[in-house]
Design a binder for this molecule. Structure first.
Ligand code: DX5
Ligand code: ZN
Length: 229
């Protein structure tokens, strides 16, 4: 993991697919810590995402960058062998996609991967409390899942604080990841409140005038400054 507390996890769903290799190189050059890979099955969300195999190919080419696979699927358990085969580092799934979150979390960890749950904007933050001792990270969706490029829901900000407070109350150190529409003003606010991982997209690192690599560095600097690092 990165030495700094702010982790930049660009979402490859925002890449120009015809330029994916070149853009991944740029992200690596810009010091991205994680590659966020959105896997969608067309059922849990009304869209199809990236193949798990992409995580494996990224790992092979950029071993120092951790892969963060976000499963937006109705049956997370059935994807785990494929994720293990592709040496995924971090795996998260939506809690409401299974009745057995603890079993899924335990299986991810048994396979040697870091495990996390994702909560949607319509779920209470407290929904994660029963599994809080079994996660390496919690992903807070700040848009409805399914599409890249949506606008950050500002009413998520108090939810970040709620999750930070929950973590403190239980004296735990799981990471908090923010996914969806991450832009400068809201990311800065989340950093001040104590979130660590930022799934970045078109508002911060892609399609920026200074290019992907420099935009990554700029984002990292800005957040570390705001978080007082
Ligand atoms: C939304 C995905 C996000 C998305 C993030 O369903 O989980 O990872 O790609 O990208 P932006 O920042 O464009 O929302
Ligand atoms: Zn995602």
């Amino acid at each position: 993991m990165s030495a700094s507390r702010i982790i930049n996890a660009p979402s490859l769903a925002n890449c120009d697919l015809l330029e994916l290799g070149r853009e991944a190189d740029e992200l690596a050059r810009g010091g991205a810590h994680w590659f966020h890979v959105d896997v969608m099955d067309g059922h849990y969300v009304p869209n199809i995402g990236l193949p798990v195999r992409l995580a494996g190919e990224l790992k092979q080419k950029y071993p120092a960058i951790e892969t963060d696979v976000h499963l937006m699927v109705t049956d997370p358990m059935s994807y785990l062998p494929l994720l293990e085969a592709n040496r995924a580092d971090w795996v998260s799934f939506h809690m409401d996609a299974t009745n057995f979150s603890r079993r899924v979390l335990a299986t991810i960890r048994e396979m040697g991967m870091k495990a996390g749950v994702v909560i949607n904007p319509s779920q209470p933050v407290a929904a994660v409390e029963p599994v809080i001792h079994f996660v390496d990270y919690v992903v807070l969706m700040t848009v409805e899942p399914g599409y890249a490029g949506q606008k950050f829901m500002v009413d998520s900000l108090p939810r970040v604080s709620e999750l930070v407070a929950l973590r403190e109350r239980h004296n735990l150190d799981f990471l908090i990841s923010i996914d969806g529409g991450v832009d400068y003003p809201n990311a800065i606010e989340c950093a001040r409140r104590g979130a660590e991982v930022y799934v970045t997209g078109i508002f911060t690192v892609f399609r920026q005038a200074d290019g992907i690599a420099e935009a990554c560095r700029r984002f990292q600097r800005a957040l570390e400054t705001e978080a007082g690092l």
